[in-house]
Write a new protein. Structure first.
Length: 85
C-alpha cells in the first residue's frame, strides 16, 4: 500500500482516492483549513493513461473524468509538474 494512503487514513478517513491503479501517482498530502487530502501528480496520471490510449485521449479522459470529477470537500488535488511541461 502507498505510504500516503496509509497516512491519509489516519488524517482524514473520508479523503477521496481515485479508483483504478493510480496509487503510484500520489505524491503527497495537502493540508487545508478543513482537513487533509491526497495530492496526485497530473503528469504521472496522464503518463499512466497514455499506456492504454493516445496522449490526446489520455489528456481528454483526465480532464473530464478525473480532474473534472468533484466528490465533495475531500476531493484530491492535482499537482502540475512545472519542470516537466
Amino acid at each position: 500500500m502507498n505510504k500516503y494512503i496509509e497516512a491519509i487514513e489516519d488524517l482524514n478517513e473520508d479523503a477521496i482516492v481515485i479508483l483504478g491503479d493510480f496509487d503510484d501517482c500520489i505524491v503527497g498530502i495537502a493540508k487545508k483549513i478543513d482537513g487533509c487530502v491526497i495530492v496526485y501528480s497530473e503528469k504521472l496520471i496522464i503518463e499512466k493513461l497514455s499506456k492504454d490510449m493516445s496522449e490526446e485521449d489520455a489528456l481528454e479522459y483526465y480532464n473530464y473524468n478525473i480532474l473534472g470529477g468533484y466528490f465533495g470537500e475531500n476531493n484530491p488535488v492535482f499537482m502540475i509538474d512545472i519542470g516537466n511541461h
